[in-house]
Design a binder for this molecule. Sequence first.
Ligand code: TXA
Ligand code: MG
Length: 297
Amino acid sequence: MAALRDGQLVILPTETVYGLAADAGDPRAVAAVYAAKGRPAFNPLIAHVADVEAARRIAVFDGRAERLAAAFWPGPLTLVLPVADEAAVCDLARAGLDTVAVRAPAHPVAHALLEAFGGPLVAPSANRSGRPSPTTLADALEETGAAAAAALDGGPCAIGLESTVVALLDAPRLLRPGAVTRGQIEALIGPLSEAEADAKRSPGRMARHYAPNLPLRLNAEEPRADEVWLGFGRKGGAGFNLSPDGDLTEAAANLFAYLRAADRADGAAGIAVAPIPDTGLGEAINDRLRRAAGYVG
Ligand code: TXA
Ligand code: MG
C-alpha cells in the first residue's frame, strides 16, 4: 500500500492471473511496469478499480457498458471505453489512446487493495512480455519478482486465463476471449464483431504470445517420442492432462501452469496438445494455445 503510493510495483493476485500492479496515475511507476515486463509501450494496460462507481470516474459508460458491468463485475471482464476527462490514468498507461481498458476484479485480496488505495491501479499479467501468464505466486515471482517491492499471496488463480476484453467504442468487439464467454455477452448486448485488424485499436493481438520455450503442436492425437504430452479428457497417457474429465473450467485453470511444467521436462523437443472443444470457455483456451504456438497474426 505505502509501496504503491511511493510509485513502487506490487505483485497482486486476481481470480484470472497474477498482475504486476502500480499507480495508474503515476507515469514513472507505469514506466517501471513496462520495463519489468519488457513490454512495448504501444500496448496499453488495464486500469483496475474496486467497483463500477470508481470505473465511471475514469471511463465513459454507455448503456451496454452499464449492462455488462452490472452482470459481470466484480469478475473476469475488461471493458474498453472512451477515457473520461480528468481520469487518473496516465497517457503512458493508455499508450496514448483516447480509450481506457477498465476492470473490477473479484479476488478478495485485489478488491481489498483497490478499496484501500482508492484510485485505479494498472496490473498487466505479471509475466515477462510474450510468456505465459503466472497463475501462482511462485510463477509470478519467477517472472517479474525482481522488479516488485512487495508480493501478495492469493493462492492459485481460480480461473487461470486473463479476463475477457470487450471494446465498446462503436460496434462491440471481442478483443480477447475469456471466462465471460461470447454467448454470455451477446445475450446482453447483441452480436459481437471480430476484433479489427487495426493494430491501434487491438494492440494486444500480437502473434506469438503466452508462449513457453518449447514449440507447441496443437490438435495432436498422440505425442511423438520426443514430445511432452498435454492431454484433455480421456486422451490420457504419460505427461500431463489438463482435465481427465474433459472439464473446460478445470483445463483453463491448469493451462498456464502445465505449459510451464511441460517446458521444464528433461530432453523434450516440443509439447503436443490434445484437441480442445471450441465451445464456451474452450474459445479462450484455444485462443491462448494458438498464440502460444505462434499461429495467430
Ligand atoms: O485478467 C486480466 O485481465 C489480467 C489481470 C492481472 O487483471 N491482466 C491482464 O493485463 O491480462 P494485460 O496487460 O496482460 O492484458 C491487457 C490486454 C492487452 O491485450 C491490451 O492490448 C488490451 O488489454 N488493452 C488494454 N488497453 C486497451 C485499449 N485502450 N484498447 C484496446 N486494448 C487494450
Ligand atoms: Mg498479459
